[in-house]
Every structure is written in structure tokens, then in C-alpha cells.
Design a protein around this ligand. Structure first.
Ligand code: CP
Ligand code: NVA
Length: 309
């Protein structure tokens, strides 16, 4: 049966490790896998802006021998004019996979339902699982084995990044701490799912409003924009709520002395993170951005091998 990747936990912990191993292989030997030779086409659809996701999927699909078809929703019939299900019925006859950046997770679920080619979430309001594969690859490169490592996220816990960290890090057997204002804690069902996964992997999940509790001894410090795409009208309320969750040099000093800093980007220096941190010696953001390419190629190779004939 065709597998889709709409949430971090659409794969098992063992499958996550398998995809990360494949990403390491593809990073070392970039043109070694050609599952899209033909070239076959992969549709990459954007309802929201993107630099990294657009480039890394376009380059990665070409690396795999395929042809990327980048579609802007505004210039297509998606986005109110045609349903995700009908769009999928059209695309699956012609493309090898569908990658979609959108708003509601429910649209992705509708796109994937009964679709015979893999559907990949390239960011929704709720999850950003491709980013997490890249982040885990980056942490592995800099810190070695993921299991047992502690990751502390500061900011909007209910965002796609906050929720994906909870799920994906629990899957990797990590200890994940989400520090957010109470009104921006991750959804309870997502935390329950992450906790259930952590119980099987030896990881743990905690949610707190206390930045010091989250930072203490952490191996990885993470933040993300306080104003995610689609939340622009809430900007002032968010700036007011998140002010004390900024990752500063002082907060970094509370983490492990060899902690790394990551950020999915784009970043607002001076808001969620001080320039001295994101541009400082502990930051590995450029490796992280590059790893989108390798991680997503691995994901596509893995999904294409499991797609219905
Ligand atoms: N991190 C990330 O997804 O970046 P883009 O919005 O530029 O794709
Ligand atoms: N949380 C951010 C991530 C951007 C890659 C957003 O959704 O805008």
C-alpha cells in the first residue's frame, strides 16, 4: 500500500532511522540513487511562500533523475476552486509523487486519501515533518546518536515546528522540552501521541512555561519565528506574548557547554533569537538548511520504493 508522509509519526521509529541512514548515504554519494529516472515528474505545490523547501525539493528531485513541477496554488485550480481529492485524481495519473505546502492538515489528509502516489507534507499549520528529518540528520552529524539527547524548543509550541519536534524527537528516543506561553502550548492530543511514542523509545516529552527548566543542560537549543505564515494578523499579540522566550546568549549558557543551536529559518534576528546566537559558534543553521536536500531525497527514495505499482 502506498505510504504517505503527512505527520512525523506516519513512519515508525525504525523507519525514521532507516530514512536518516539513507540520507547520510545520499549526502556522501549524492547522485547514487535514480528512482525517478525517465525522467518522472514530482508535483510540488505551494499555498504559502518558500525558499528552502522549494529549492531542496526541486534540486533533490532532479538529483534523483526526475523532473520537478513547481505549482503555485494561486495560479492553479486548487485553493477553493477544486478540491484536494479531485486534484489528486488528476495528478496521480501523471506524476510519481505529490508534495504540498498548505494551511490545514485536513487538506493533506484529503489529498492522500485513496491516492496511489505518495503525498508529502511540505509544511502545514500543524506539522513540518520534512524539516524534522533534516534537523535530526543535523543533530546526528553534530552530536552522534540521537537517543538520550535533550532538545529544548522555545516559542510557539502550537506551531508546526513545536508540534513536529514533540513527535519526531520522541520517535528518535530524545528528551524533548517545549517551552511556550500557556496559550501557545502544543495541542494536547499531539503531546499525548508524542508521549505514547516516547514510552516505546525511551525518550520523554515535557511542556513548560519555564525557559530555565527547559534550557538546563540541553544538547540542542531550538526556536522558530513567533509569527508563522498565516498568523500575520496576530503579530502584535504574539510579540507581546513571546518576548521572554527569546533565545539569548544568557539562555544558551544554561544549556550544555557544547550545545548546538538550530532554527528552520527564515529567522527574525532580535525577536526569537539574538544575532549573537544564530550567527555564533554554536549555530549549525547552514548545515541544517543544506540537510533539507539530503533528508528529503532519502524520504522520496524510501516512499517511491513503497508506492503502489
Ligand atoms: N524552513 C523552511 O521550510 O523554509 P522555507 O519556508 O524557505 O521553505
Ligand atoms: N513556523 C514557520 C515555519 C517556516 C518554515 C511558519 O509556518 O511560517
Amino acid at each position: 500500500m502506498t505510504r504517505h508522509f503527512l505527520r512525523d509519526d506516519d513512519i515508525t521509529p525504525a523507519e525514521q532511522a532507516e530514512i536518516l541512514d539513507l540520507a547520510v548515504h545520499l549526502k556522501a554519494d549524492r547522485w547514487s540513487e535514480k528512482p525517478l529516472a525517465g525522467p518522472q515528474t514530482v508535483a510540488v505545490i505551494f499555498d504559502k511562500s518558500s525558499t528552502r523547501t522549494r529549492v531542496s525539493f526541486a534540486v533533490g528531485i532532479a538529483d534523483l533523475g526526475g523532473s520537478p513541477l513547481i505549482i503555485s496554488t494561486a495560479s492553479s485550480q486548487l485553493g477553493g476552486k477544486e478540491t484536494p481529492a479531485d486534484t489528486a485524481r488528476v495528478l496521480e495519473r501523471q506524476v510519481a509523487a505529490i508534495v504540498w505546502r498548505t494551511y490545514a492538515q485536513s487538506g493533506l489528509e484529503e489529498m492522500a486519501e485513496g491516492t496511489r502516489v505518495p503525498v508529502v507534507n511540505a509544511l502545514s499549520d500543524e506539522f513540518h515533518p520534512c524539516q524534522l528529518l533534516a534537523d535530526l540528520l543535523t543533530i546526528r552529524e553534530h552530536k552522534g546518536e540521537l537517543a538520550g539527547r535533550t532538545l529544548a524548543f522555545f516559542g510557539d509550541g502550537r506551531s508546526n515546528m513545536g508540534q513536529s519536534y514533540a513527535l519526531a524527537c520522541a520517535m528518535a528516543g530524545m528528551h524533548v522540552r517545549i517551552a511556550s506561553p500557556a496559550d501557545y502550548a502544543p495541542r494536547a492530543d499531539v503531546i499525548a501521541d508524542a508521549q505514547a511514542i516516547a514510552d516505546t523509545t525511551g525518550g520523554s516529552v515535557s511542556v513548560t512555561t519555564d525557559i530555565h527548566e527547559a534550557a538546563a543542560g540541553a544538547d540542542v537549543v531550538v526556536t522558530d519565528t513567533w509569527v508563522s505564515m498565516g498568523k500575520e494578523e496576530e503579530k502584535q499579540a504574539r510579540l507581546d506574548s513571546f518576548g521572554s522566550y527569546k533565545v539569548t546568549t544568557e539562555l544558551m549558557a544554561e544549556a550544555a557547554s557544547d550545545a548546538i543551536f538550530i532554527h528552520c529559518l527564515p529567522a527574525d534576528r532580535g525577536y526569537e533569537v539574538d544575532a549573537a546566537v544564530i550567527d555564533g559558534p554554536q549555530s549549525v543553521i547552514w548545515d541544517e538548511a543544506e540537510n533539507r536536500l539530503h533528508a528529503q531525497k532519502a524520504l522520496l527514495v524510501w516512499l517511491l520504493a513503497r508506492a503502489a505499482a
